[in-house]
Design a protein around this ligand. Structure first.
Ligand SMILES: [Zn+2]
Length: 98
């Protein structure tokens, strides 16, 4: 899968709600545990780096490849830039606490 295809896939997953559109409250990096990546859908093997993103508001964590995490994070930041102008007070408070 090319970087462009992955980017499109991540955007689509955020749009339909399969992936959160904002950065997690806690992120853990570690060795892959043969879990399916929440971004690209491929297995994260033990030879790869797995990022686990946790949200206070959600019960389950999202596991993703390091590269997928980076791309998802870029997408979250891009979303924030476009929509935070109208309601900046609420979201900026949240970021400061995180
Ligand atoms: Zn992935």
């Amino acid at each position: 899968m090319s970087a462009k295809e992955l980017h499109t896939l991540i955007r689509e997953r955020i749009r339909i709600g399969q992936l959160p559109g904002g950065p997690g409250d806690r992120t853990y990096g570690g060795k892959g545990s043969n879990t399916a990546c929440a971004c690209c859908g491929h297995t994260i093997t033990c030879r790869e780096i797995e990022y686990e993103v946790h949200f206070r508001s959600l019960k389950h964590a999202f596991s993703m490849h390091l590269d997928c995490y980076r791309m998802w994070w870029e997408e979250c930041r891009a979303n924030e830039c476009t929509c935070s102008t109208a309601s900046s007070t609420a979201s900026s408070t949240h970021i400061r606490n995180a």
